[in-house]
Design a protein around this ligand. Sequence first.
Ligand SMILES: *Cc1c(COP(=O)(O)O)cnc(C)c1O
Length: 489
Amino acid sequence: MTASTSYHMTPDEFRTFGYAVIDWIADYQARVATLPVLSQVQPGEIRAMLPDAAPSQGESFSDILADVDRIILPGVTHWQSPNFFAYFPANTSGPAILGELLSAGLGVQGMLWITSPACTELETHVMDWLVDMLALPQKFKSTAAGGGVIQDSASSAALCALLAARERARQFSINRTGEAGQLTAYATAQTHSSIEKAMMVAGMGRERLRLIDVDAAYAMRPDALAAQIAHDRGAGFTPAFVCASIGTTSSNAIDPLTAIGEICQREHIWLHVDAAMAGTAALCPEFRWIHAGLELADSYCFNPHKWMFTNFDCDAFFVADRKALIDTLSILPEYLRNEATKSGAVIDYRDWQISLGRRFRALKLWFVIRHYGVEGLQHHVREHVRLAQEFAGWVRASQTFEVAAPAPLNLVCFRHVGGDAVNQQIMDRLNTSGDLYLTHTRLDGRLTLRLVVGQTHTRAEHVRAAWERIQTEAAQVTNQWPFVEEIRQ
Ligand SMILES: *Cc1c(COP(=O)(O)O)cnc(C)c1O
């Protein structure tokens, strides 16, 4: 090897292989509907196909790409299949993928404004756009006392909100002393598990998370919240944080924000609102009722990486008082000092999140918003809700299936009337068939199937085919003559 030897990919090679990868992705998009949605491999199967040791000499890019087809693809569960109805979506789109690619191409590390001003300013600007696009309270804008920041996940957003709540409740002393004291937090058993995890990570203790009773629609009961807060105060605790969910993961339950927010205001408790998937619906004026009362919240988040055609990771996190967040997370070692930061005229997003480093995620969001326009996004969200509602109508009209929870948007919880074992078998048969993928939850102790319409390319024919498959499998499981109930329009 001489001093001039280079193992790097040249710009020309990059161009050639780059085109090949883009072709690969475009072909994948065209055929993903034909692939088994849930990966059918056994544990260890993928690793067994990989060599024991890393190659000592570089390999050709075409060999690498061939192994993507041979080794990787069988072990992929196809979240981008239009027949993916499981969990919550992680949908993506052409402009998002290209924005992500450009972000990697620029390779920017946007921890401070000075480390790439466009990375910060585009993010601030696009987050302000989102406030208007979803008709969120104006206080969440950077031009008011608040502001938005892109987090990797709703889990991280919740942790940041909880930390700020923790500090605010103790005059910003816990970061210094490490003494969290008797702080309590509140959510429901339907609230996402990330809140319990945040309590653990924040050193507040998972036992200090009080699970508030829900009503028949699985939404938080404000009277039960008020009673628990009063009880805790009487016992010497300091209530510090409430998480309300707009669209729980289990059933899309919507907590009553106005009543909860009034309690939080009266009691000086931080209210965080987690709208991870459902928040996207507020792009459409007719669904904005889900956010009624949001003006009483201290923080809010939703995930464009779930239902807004922006590939993971991209969580939009807003606070009403950015000073509380920054005072909680700011730290300034000598090697990061610079004039722009000192002037106070710029945002340094490393003070708004847990990690120091950050990617240029605003690019893909900006690409998505500009490509679709607000009207394009509204169109597709509306269509997803319409298809889910149509599915719910078929379930309601069925003799053998029932809707198990209110289905306000794009998630339908439903079950066969034959009980848990029948539902489990139906789900297992559907998922091992590879034709579609759906997952379950438990509501009132009963196994319940969930169908979420949110993948970018899910259209009427996919939902209709899913319903027909569900009925066919149910008929097989219950040993009836295979039949398909007439779909009533
Ligand atoms: C999916 C989900 C989360 C977690 O989202 P991440 O971005 O993966 O952390 C949190 N809350 C709710 C309501 C969710 O649906």
